[in-house]
Design a protein around this ligand. Sequence first.
Ligand SMILES: *Cc1c(COP(=O)(O)O)cnc(C)c1O
Length: 409
Amino acid sequence: MSAGYFSALSHLECSRTGERSEADAVQGTSAAGAPLLARYDLERVRARVTREEIAGRAPDLWRYREVLPVRDPRHIVSLGEGMTPLLPLPRYGAELGVPGLLMKDEGLIPTGSFKARGAAVGVSRAAELGVRGIAMPTNGNAGAAWSVYAARAGLRSLIAMPVDAPEITRRECVVAGAELYLVDGLIGDAGRLVAAAVAGREGYQEVSTLKEPYRLEGKKTMGYEIVEQLGWRAPDVILYPTGGGVGIIGIHKALREMRELGWLSGELPRLVAVQAAGCAPIVEAFERGERESVPFPDARTVAFGITVPKALGDFLVLDAVRETGGTALAVTDEELLAAQRALARAEGAFVCPEGAACFAAVGRLRESGWLRGGERVVVLNTGSGLKYPETVAVDVPTLPVDGRIPARP
Ligand SMILES: *Cc1c(COP(=O)(O)O)cnc(C)c1O
């Protein structure tokens, strides 16, 4: 093991019962069927590393290695993920009445979606624990990310996705050599097929959302980065497009770890779970005052990455929102597509429809007064608009070669 490298991973903990389990073995969910959370010896981290030391490290997510699960750096599988820009959006922010609006742009990460974070850490740890193949249902981006990281790690990958998932994600899986199946249904249907297949396959681990503990650890680094990029201060509000909820649960976990480490003081930011009106189970549960969602019927939205009718970690999303004084709201496809276009025109950023949902939500929350004008608000743009070309209709003239472009537009 290289000198100085160290992970403070100590054990896994059931997110429902708190029951502990062994971290250095391949684990799925807890005995209670709930997600397992990785726990670290934060005292040791505090004694061994400072924020200033972290600032001097390479600009990728492995800069937070002490609070990541990989024990031996030789197992790290990296394509350069992490430390994405936190961009001010002054013009669009002013249009919305939120001049302190910022975008954490995950469109600039390998594979063009923040799923690369979960894949980098999840695949690295799976390889470290001796897994030989990973298997997962996906709405597209996660499958693409896990396929390429698995390829780089020399692992096999078995992926199943709905036929309606963004087409480019199929090609990403195929080019990386994944065994890919398209399913005429939703992500839950794909999940049932994958679970049945994995049961009979030696060496494969099922890595569905929150059914293994380490994808969450990769995604939590968004929380560390936002706080580090703001000079070790939290913003007032963070909005997140919520499907399975791993990102928002991860950011909440990161914030609490940083507070315990003494790296962050004061109030935690209010966390906002944004969903699409066509698939809003967590928003409905929030509004009903419940801690668990019910499966959302006939789920459908252009923001395909957040088409998750029932999330295993719904209660953790709801806890994150409530404990931080946040909220949950849904926007329509029409609203999110309008926001996608308005943002691109004002700031030159082509965001994915999921990210656009959060921008639409900022507008709504400012109008209602829930967001105050002077607040520092971070939107997670979880992916590049380039992965969703069909979200922009192109209605322009085609000219003959001897045609003429008008003197004025
Ligand atoms: C997967 C995905 C989401 C939702 O992420 P969860 O962590 O499952 O809530 C949001 N946006 C994009 C682009 C995605 O691919």
